[in-house]
Structures are given as C-alpha cells and as structure tokens.
Design a protein around this ligand. Structure first.
Ligand SMILES: Nc1ncnc2c1ncn2[C@@H]1O[C@H](COP(=O)(O)OP(=O)(O)OP(=O)(O)O)[C@@H](O)[C@H]1O
Length: 306
C-alpha cells in the first residue's frame, strides 16, 4: 500500500520544549491510522505541522508523495481536518456548515445535509452556543467530512462524546473507510476506543514516535502471554532462564510473571516449578489489551518484546 501521508524526521521545537523529535510516520492509503499518545505527547503539533498551520524546525512532510510547498497546498484541499470545535456561537449547525461549505468552495448545496445526517444532527435547530460538548464535536466531524475528502484527519474527535456517540463515531468512520475508501488519521489519548477502530497505530510519547504497528501484528503479539503466580519469583526466573534459551518475560509486582511466546509450553513450565518445590498459585494464558501493550511499550522506552 502506498504512503499517503509521510513525515521524515520531523522535528518541532518551541523555545524550550521539543514537541516533535525526529518523527517519521507512514499513513497508507485506505487505512484508519490511530495516533495514540498522552496529553502533551505531540499529537496536535504533528497535525498542525502536517497541515501547514505551524512551521517545523527540521525534517519533511510529504502528502500524496509531494513535499513541495505548492504540492502540500494542493494536498491540504483534499484533507478534511478537525481540531477542536470552533464555530459561530449564534448560528445553527446547518448555518455554520453552510458558511464553511462556501469557504471551502464546495458547489454542491446538498453537502451540508448529507454530512449533518452522517453525524445525526440534521434535525437540530438550536444555536451552536447551546450545544453539548458531544454535539459540538459532531458538527466539527461533519465539517471535516464535507466535500468527500480523500483523507480525514481528526484530532481527539472522541473527547466529549458519550458512549453511544463513541460507538456511532466508530461505525461512521468504518463505514466511510469501507464505502468511500477514505483514509482516516485519528488521534486520541483514549486508546481503548481507537483500539476497536484503527487498522494501524502510531504510538507517540514525549514527542517521539515509539512504534508504528498494524493492528493484526499487535493482535498476534498480544495473544501469546503466559501469566504465572508463584511463591518465589526470583527462583522461578532463574529456573526459566536455565531451561529455556532466550526466554522473554516481565515481572509484575512481586509474585506475577508474564512470559511471552510460550503458550504452547505451559505444561513444561508448570512441571518445572512444581518439580523444584515452588508453589504455583496461577498459570494462565491471556491476550493483553492494546492498552496494556502500549503501557508496556512506554514503560520500556519504546522497545516491546511482547
Ligand atoms: N505554542 C506552544 N508553545 C510552546 N509549547 C507548546 C506549544 N504548543 C505545544 N507545546 C508543547 O509541545 C508539546 C506537545 O504538545 P501537543 O499539544 O502537540 O500535545 P498533544 O499530544 O496534542 O496533547 P493534548 O492532547 O494535550 O493537546 C507539549 O509539551 C506542549 O506543552
């Protein structure tokens, strides 16, 4: 698959802070790319530099394979972008979107109705200022979808949505991705929700992209853990290292071991501990959540052997 958005060693410094530190992302055509990071990780800065709204200190931004200023200007017109929900307070959703339709030069007058229906806001008549946070987000998402953009970039679109709104949003993104082949790039600090939606992830932490990974690859990696609770963790790890060459494990607390890629050898592990007089309180295989995967990744500074 072709990279539709790419950054090469993109670095952005504010006077003191390094907001982006040599970030190289690769968003491929047709995917739903989840950009995951805590508050302050650099997600908004990445979007702003990608969209030409903030200058960067060094590196390169390429959209549709073009990094020239004129190429990027053209590309930005093919991207629906949402960052916050900033609209005229005394206008309705329809009036606000009508304003942006004209501003964006979209000739089709039915477009406002189409996108309002997509976010289930077509019947709302009241003014923007009296909207709930979730309604504001919906209008903002609708605005990004106007004009059938090839790429839709959404900065924290889930913020303020209730659980039903989050589920609706997920279905909408998946539907547009499938039916219109729209590429999505969506950021969030709530990984659980994007975990159910994105086909690929970029994990960003302290301005660095720590990993880019397909959902399927994470799924395979997170399937293979054996969780062991045992009376003497130190002895258990010594036994494991003696018996199994290049075993990978982490220790949770003082009594739980998480052993990677050994789900087919649980009998041997149990026998090893019992024969060496260890009390085995638990031996289980489990799939870890993408959230746990991410937390482990961050804890290890970006190298995950899960
Ligand atoms: N205009 C600015 N001037 C100085 N520092 C800034 C500015 N904008 C962002 N930063 C800093 O850059 C870093 C990245 O911020 P950014 O807003 O991109 O993070 P984020 O991942 O989008 O988080 P959030 O979800 O909280 O917005 C932070 O340390 C932030 O304080």
């Amino acid at each position: 698959m072709e990279n539709i958005i790419e950054t090469v060693d993109l670095t952005k410094r504010y006077s003191k802070a390094v907001a982006l530190d040599s970030v190289s992302i690769h968003v491929r055509q047709g995917e739903i790319y989840g950009l995951i990071g805590k508050n302050g990780a650099g997600k908004s800065t990445l979007f702003k530099t990608m969209m030409g709204l903030a200058p960067y200190s060094s590196g390169e931004v390429k959209i549709f394979g073009d990094s020239s200023t004129s190429g990027l200007n053209k590309a930005h017109h093919r991207i629906g972008f949402m960052m916050g929900a900033h609209f005229f307070p005394y206008l309705s959703a329809r009036e606000n979107l009508e304003y942006f339709r004209k501003l964006k030069g979209i000739p089709d007058k039915t477009e406002v109705d189409r996108v309002l229906k997509l976010v289930e806001m077509e019947k709302v008549k009241k003014k923007f200022k009296s909207f709930s946070m979730g309604m504001k987000q919906r209008v903002s998402i609708a605005n990004a979808l106007m004009g059938y953009p090839d790429i839709v970039v959404l900065d924290e679109p889930i913020n303020g949505l209730d659980p039903q709104g989050i589920a609706d949003f997920r279905h909408l993104v998946q539907k547009l991705n499938k039916e219109n082949k729209t590429t999505f790039m969506v950021s969030s600090h709530i990984l659980g929700e994007l975990g159910m939606m994105a086909t690929r992830f970029g994990f960003i932490h302290d301005g660095r992209l720590v990993e880019e990974i397909d959902r399927e690859v994470i799924r395979n990696k997170t399937k293979e853990q054996v969780i062991v609770k045992v009376s003497d963790i130190e002895k258990a790890t010594c036994l494991l290292e003696e018996k199994f060459e290049s075993i990978e494990y982490t220790v949770n607390g003082d009594k739980e071991l998480v052993i990677m890629k050994m789900t087919d050898r649980t009998d041997e592990i149990a026998a090893l501990f019992v024969q060496n007089d260890l009390s085995l309180y638990k031996l289980d295989t489990q799939e870890i959540s993408i959230e746990d995967y991410y937390l482990q990744l961050i804890a290890k500074g970006g190298v995950n052997n899960v």
